[in-house]
Design a protein around this ligand. Structure first.
Ligand code: ASP
Length: 342
């Protein structure tokens, strides 16, 4: 990157600023090295990323598009009723409604998103349709559902018996008002062993054999959130960002803090400045910690990043954040992310 920048400055110095600065300035100048060793590759948040990566890998190993890979990948946890944080079986909001947030972004900078979507398992596929079939980026609530119905998605009940049981249990003690971090304190880990927080997201980033990046992010959000609450996951720049020139990033954890810091965009911009994926994730986490040290002690936020060379990294506030990596040599790698606490 630095080399290319010098090259640009050099050409400008020769009195050729117009020749040296084509319209798509960055794209023309940044020439990443892509080798067989690091593309294709797919990475995803948490241990459940392993199964999701396997579906994405089927697309990537055939030379398919990163965009198709990430969509197919995250559909796996969306369809898993035993996963209480994504898709069907996700814990509902305080009113007992399962509302999903998702977004997708491709190598051309196209993106689509849905927030507060009810009754449709594959929020990510609705988000892709928003991207491909509408002039908009984001559809929410009833409008998102209406669009999904028009596109032929099946309407179904996303509240499983297990999730309903947990919600009713929560109702016994919960006050009907937002309580910061109540999700963290109210529950022992039940359905996600090893995870002390009652909320998660699948965020996935893929680099395909052609060296193109895409990302997807999908969640049922914070358990027992207020009805209408939207987290970071469907917000481009917060829960997910992809810049095909540099890399991609995604996040998991308390979405409000990620939104406040435009987390995933920040990670990508830090990689643009030369940070490694892990360093970039760490700096984004540090912004959250520095701004609200007391809050940060009590919450989890993790970032995951993949750069254009296929290098990856992650960093979280709390220990326990894992991510899954899948590439030619190892399709089931689970990496324990580094963290500020622990
Ligand atoms: N980021 C998600 C949200 O705030 C939850 C999570 O990933 O833990 O909705």
């Amino acid at each position: 990157m630095k080399y290319n920048r010098r090259k640009f400055i050099g050409l400008s110095a020769l009195g050729l600023p117009f020749l040296a600065a084509p319209k798509n300035f960055g794209h023309a100048l940044y020439q990443p090295e892509i080798t067989k060793e690091n593309a294709p590759i797919v990475i995803a948040t948490w241990d459940f990323g392993v199964a999701a990566n396997a579906a994405a890998w089927k697309v990537l190993k055939e030379g398919g598009l990163a965009l198709d890979a990430v969509e197919q990948g995250v559909r796996v946890p969306e369809a898993d009723p035993t996963n209480p944080t994504v898709g069907i079986g996700g814990y509902p909001d305080r009113d007992g409604k399962v509302t999903l947030d998702a977004c997708i972004m491709d190598h051309l900078g196209n993106c689509g998103s849905v927030a507060g979507l009810e009754h449709v398992v594959h929020a990510i596929s609705v988000a892709r349709k928003v991207m491909e079939k509408t002039p908009h980026v984001m559809l929410v609530g009833d409008g998102a559902l209406q669009f999904a119905m028009e596109e032929g998605f099946k309407k179904e009940n996303l509240l499983t018996a297990e999730s309903e049981k947990e919600w009713k249990k929560w109702l016994k003690t919960a006050q009907y008002k937002p309580i910061i971090n109540i999700e963290n304190k109210a529950f022992a880990p039940k359905r996600l062993p090893g995870n002390k927080f009652n909320h998660d997201t699948i965020g996935m980033l893929a680099l395909d054999a052609n060296g193109n990046l895409s990302g997807a992010c999908t969640t049922s959000g914070m358990a027992f959130k207020m009805h209408g609450r939207v987290g970071d996951s469907p917000i481009i720049g917060a829960g997910l960002y992809v810049d095909n020139e540099i890399g991609g990033a995604t996040s998991t954890g308390v979405g409000e803090e990620v939104i406040r810091n435009v987390g995933s965009f920040l990670v990508v911009e830090l990689m643009r400045q030369g940070y490694s994926p892990e360093e970039a994730c760490k700096e984004a986490v540090m912004r959250i910690i520095r701004k609200k040290p007391e809050t940060a002690k009590e919450i989890q936020v993790g970032f995951l990043a993949l750069n254009k060379k296929g290098q990856y990294g992650a960093y979280a506030i709390q220990k326990g954040f894992s991510f899954a990596v899948c590439h030619t040599e190892n399709q089931k790698l689970v990496v324990k992310g580094n963290s500020y606490y622990g």
